[in-house]
Design a protein around this ligand. Structure first.
Ligand SMILES: CC(C)(COP(=O)(O)OP(=O)(O)OC[C@H]1O[C@@H](n2cnc3c(N)ncnc32)[C@H](O)[C@@H]1OP(=O)(O)O)[C@@H](O)C(=O)NCCC(=O)NCCS
Length: 227
């Protein structure tokens, strides 16, 4: 067992690590938060566009960095068995290239997860977005026993919608959200556990580290035991 496999003695989610052929996803703690802030300031999208429902990239630096810290620290502080959001730093060869989160509310009743993600602009368009979403879906469906995963994207966010479709999500409605003062259509996409099992993406090798009984207890997972 190496040091990373030892997990965290008191805060099991910090012991999680997800590995795909090109990526390592690890909990965004202080060093990763610093890197994510620097990456976000370099740019995630064309400033004329807004892919995010919460327009945090419109906030000028250095307030944007502080808001990023507040958001991530709030995720860690807010974990309960009923609901959680796990912000992972996405790394290539040790360098942080983006963020992928996995969230649930009313988890024990619904067992539905939502995802959110972004990559620095230099890292977009080469399949990493698909690979990192696939990693957290493995965690959700295979380790946590999720029943369904959902993703909403503004209708002009072709990359996000393509990632969902490529992973087997199907369109499941629409909603309208204020975006810079304009009511804008979002496409709602979802994938159920049984469809995930037959999705080609489910065959991508993903190694999950840190799935322990303590982790399952922290996230309110019942009826599953750690491998
Ligand atoms: C959304 C995002 C994470 C996707 O990651 P990515 O690595 O760029 O996506 P991938 O390379 O895995 O591409 C997946 C699919 O999207 C398509 N795609 C990627 N960028 C695209 C673009 N700008 N326009 C149209 N299609 C695009 C790819 O061709 C691919 O489609 P295919 O499966 O049909 O071949 C990334 O583009 C990003 O960070 N965007 C800005 C932030 C954002 O929109 N976050 C999501 C908010 S809901």
């Amino acid at each position: 067992m190496n040091a990373d496999d030892a997990g965290h003695p008191w805060f099991p989610v910090w012991g999680l690590r997800l590995e795909t052929p090109r990526l390592v996803l690890r909990p965004a703690r202080e060093p990763e938060m610093d890197s994510l802030c620097r990456l976000a300031v370099r740019g995630i999208h064309d400033p004329a566009e807004m892919p995010f429902e919460v327009p945090w990239t419109d906030v000028p630096s250095p307030l944007r960095e502080r808001r990023t810290f507040e958001f991530i620290l709030g995720c860690w502080a807010g974990i309960t068995p009923e609901g959680w959001r796990l912000p992972f730093a996405v790394c290539v060869d040790g360098a942080v290239v983006g963020m992928q989160d996995l969230a649930a509310s009313d988890w024990q009743q619904q067992r539905i997860v939502q995802t959110g993600s972004w990559l620095g602009r230099d890292y977009q368009g080469s399949g990493l977005g698909t690979e990192m979403r696939s990693a957290v879906l493995h965690l959700a469906f295979e380790a946590l026993g999720a029943r369904r995963a959902e993703s909403n994207a503004f209708e002009d966010n072709a990359a996000s919608i393509s990632v969902s479709r490529r992973l087997g999500y199907v369109e499941d409605g629409e909603r309208f959200v204020d975006r810079r003062g304009v009511s804008t259509r979002q496409v709602c996409l979802a994938i159920e556990a049984d469809r995930w099992e037959s999705s080609p993406a489910a065959t991508m090798p993903v190694t999950l580290h840190g799935v322990t009984d303590d982790l399952l207890e922290q996230l309110g997972v019942e009826g599953h035991t750690a491998p």
